[in-house]
Design a protein around this ligand. Structure first.
Ligand SMILES: [Zn+2]
Length: 475
């Protein structure tokens, strides 16, 4: 028998009143108390904050990063953190905020606000939806790099909330224009607001993360990148009518030069950072490359290995030599006109210690034609961050806590990020996002259905918070 049926009416009324009181007390605790209590669980809100950030349209071109700045500013304001903003051009916003600490060289958390365009036709949902579905946050920028930006922001706020004295300044910096070279973002910041970086020793940016690899976990901390050197070749020759071919023309000279470049690969060599990376990856490789990666200096002497590597993993092959991709060509504007000029553009990427001038001499020797001129379109200076630092040590230590079986090692990027701006200033800059991503999700970067797991956002916030605590603890 149900016990309630045996109660008399008066007892029932007081029970209902007590129950009502109990329910309202819980409602108060649920809704009001967290606002009064000081502890915010920043890990728990990371996915929702990212979802909101992904909804902000910062597709570059045109960028419109000031919209992203407004979004981040609102979160900082809600937590009483002062910040500064600046536009490098109308709509091209940048933001920086500081937690003031002691004298030790400061640490910058950097991410870029802009995202690359997305082709709607290949996405299952709107790239600006920020939809949270089946444990993932979807949207352009989830991995590159709004996800990292939010994790940095939550960790920054958690550090502020802790009220702990900091041994160094910690900066949260969000910039425009990375996807188009960074001139309106990091490049502008470092010139127009040099003061922000005057006592900065370390910087964390995109470029490395945890990757599932051969049944294990590789946590890659990017310490350097191939250095882009973008070139234009201009061939000249006697113009004429297409009906009367000459022995040589601008076009035949250009094609011959391009052919010599394509068929003369630059000699392979192993720079120290690439050696460390391959040795770190070796135990996670199957028999195809395990032995070669364990001894890359010997392996690169074997042309068959280099060829097999280029076929299987061109991204890794490209780290073992200077390279040039011929990406653009133009001859005549008319089919029956032999032009006096023809041009091609080369996307050359140099090993991080390569002197660009001596590389150009090498390239001239390959082209072997005085009627082909080489002009420089764009180039950076070579720069490597050492891996023997306090920050690298802290990354290793924090990862050991969360991923005891992970291998943490320095890595090299074939592409480039904004880190070169800061490496040029002598700031130790690492590409490091506290995420673990599988190959399939990794393809979402600049690809389709870009997403990051809610687990990565939550755990990533904890990892980043621990890292900040380790780097700011007084000692
Ligand atoms: Zn990026």
């Amino acid at each position: 028998m149900n016990q309630e049926n045996t109660l008399r009416a008066g007892q029932r009324r007081s029970l209902v009143r007590a129950l009502g009181l109990f329910v309202s007390l819980w409602l108060w605790l649920l809704c009001v108390a967290p606002g009064l209590a000081s502890e915010t669980d920043f890990a728990a809100r990371a996915a929702t904050d990212l979802s909101g950030y992904l909804k902000v349209d910062t597709l570059n071109p045109p960028g419109n990063e000031s919209r992203g700045v407004a979004y981040l500013a609102k979160i900082l304001e809600a937590h009483g953190i002062p910040y500064s903003t600046g536009e490098s051009a109308p709509g091209r916003g940048n933001l920086w905020a500081r937690l003031e600490g002691g004298e030790k060289p400061g640490l910058v958390l950097l991410h870029h606000i802009d995202v690359v365009p997305a082709d709607l036709a290949y996405w299952d949902s709107d790239p600006l939806s920020g939809e949270i579905r089946d444990g993932y946050v979807y949207g352009r920028g989830a991995l590159d790099t709004k996800g990292l930006g939010i994790v940095q922001l939550e960790a920054f706020l958690a550090l502020a909330q802790s009220g702990a004295p900091l041994s160094r300044d910690v900066w949260f910096v969000a910039t425009a224009d990375e996807e188009a070279g960074g001139a309106f973002g990091a490049g502008w910041m470092i010139e127009a607001h040099e003061d922000v970086f005057s006592n900065v020793g370390y910087l964390l940016n995109e470029g490395g993360m945890g990757m599932e690899m051969g049944g294990g976990l590789a946590v890659m901390v990017e310490v350097t990148q191939k250095v882009p050197l973008w070139l234009r070749l201009t061939a000249t020759g006697r113009p004429g009518h297409g009906s009367a071919p000459q022995v040589e023309s601008s076009v035949t000279r250009l094609v011959a030069a391009a052919d010599r470049i394509a068929s003369s690969p630059f000699p392979p060599r192993v720079v120290p950072a690439v050696g460390a990376m391959l040795r770190g990856m070796a135990p996670l490789q199957d028999e195809t490359f395990a032995a070669a990666f364990a001894d890359p200096e010997a392996a690169v002497q074997d042309a068959a290995f280099m060829r097999a590597l280029q076929l299987a993993v061109p991204q890794i092959h490209s780290l073992l030599r200077n390279t040039c991709s011929i990406t653009r060509l133009e001859g005549s504007a008319k089919i029956n006109v032999v032009p006096s000029e023809a041009w091609a553009e080369l996307d050359c990427r140099l090993l991080p210690d390569q002197d660009p001038e001596s590389f150009l001499v090498e390239l001239e020797a390959i082209i072997q034609d005085d009627h082909v001129r080489i002009d420089r379109i764009m180039g950076f200076t070579p720069a490597v961050s050492p891996a023997e630092t306090e920050l690298f040590g802290a990354i290793v230590e924090v990862n050991a806590k969360y991923f005891p079986d992970a291998r943490v090692f320095p890595s090299v990027l074939g592409g480039f990020t904004d880190s070169h701006f800061f490496r040029d200033k002598g700031i130790v800059s690492y590409g490091y996002a506290p995420f673990v991503v599988g190959t399939a999700d990794h393809r979402g970067i600049h690809g389709n259905n870009e997403r990051i797991s809610v687990e990565n956002m939550e755990r990533g916030t904890r990892v980043m918070t621990d890292l900040l605590r380790a780097m700011t603890a007084p000692n």
